[in-house]
Ligand binder design. Sequence first.
Ligand code: 9MR
Length: 423
Amino acid sequence: MKLSTSFSLLAALIPYALAQSPEWGQCGGIGWTGATTCVAGTVCTVLNPYYSQCLPGSASSTPTVPTSTPTVPSSTPSTPSSTPAQPAPSGTGLHSLAKAAGKLYFGTATDNGELTDQAYTAILDNINEFGQITPANSMKWDATEPTQGQFTFAGGDQIANLAKTNGQLLRGHNCVWYNQLPSWVSNGKFTAAQLTDIVQTHCSTLVSHYKGQVLLTVAYMLTTMFDSQDAWDVINEPFNDDGTWRSDVFYNTLGTQFVPIALQAARAADPNAKLYINDYNIEQSGAKATAMLNLVKQLKADGIPIDGVGFQCHFIVGEVPGTFQQVLEQFTALGVEVAITELDIRMTLPATQASLQQQQKDYQTVVQACMNVEGCVGITVWDFTDKYSWVPSTFSGQGEACPWDQNLQKKPAYTGITTALSA
Ligand code: 9MR
């Protein structure tokens, strides 16, 4: 990690940073226990209930820094649109607009095989469009620990390094999932004690490997040391659609305990990463959303680290759930943040003008729901172009799910997103 060369400089600055947050550093928010004052020339600004940040400027009075129950006007974001809260997005792209609206990021999934496509990477690398990246495959268990105890990080590192170079946040995806799981785990017939050890080793090795990967300037390095804003989907898709627990090697061997085991290992490995449980079909009121709500309540009651819930949002044109915003609010009311983690909205092919128009509306509706909920921190599309979408190979006869088309041209869906981000 490049941190090593700068470590003595950082060590010298740590006491100072603990006393006062640096420019761009976190200075408040629900659950924040670090410094609540900012270095000279910056002012502590509430971006959302979970995150206050030292932004350039001077305070006319002592700022109020919430750590428990902040109030943020939902219609008038406290960050002026001309003041980016992170290294420098400026413009009218998706991430710039999201930042100006007080969100942490607008991001996209990407995959290693796509990174040789220069027309594609020109858009992916554009910080005005994307301030966050999720590796679609290369941090999954089959990619990172194909054989017990032998970790391979080459693919994940390529994407982490790209995010670092671009100044983009990184979302780790994922630690514990029934899918893309090597057979040595699923067929190992391990005892509960053995599988506990396996989950702990996997999560802690993975999460600590990518600890603090988004590093730029010294100021930003300090920011990321004390609040990296990076996130991990520690648990992926634990429930069936009827709200029962998915029958997989983790649940069948450990019961529900695999969830706290993994979350605690991840927290110990990177105390600053936001730890999430991520799932689909929890975007509407119903048994599955209720099961997730109950899980979060239980984890909180038991003192288990849980920072957020990811809503995948793999939707169908014309079928965005009407209760989505309400469900997001039910989760933030429990004291966790929420994020849209894998957004795409597919349609029956061939696309028509009408279906593309409806898709524009649907993207706008989904992004607007996140905009309306203070604790919804960001939005990630599950790749931005139809050229690399997972949809056509999984749902026969469907596709065109992304905001950019096969030829990397923006679709009406893009305008749907920008309309909501600018509202
Ligand atoms: O995008 C991923 C695709 O390339 C893989 O073939 C697929 C296999 O499981 O996983 C896709 O990503 C999934 C994500 O990891 C979890 N939520 C659903 C996503 C789409 O299937």
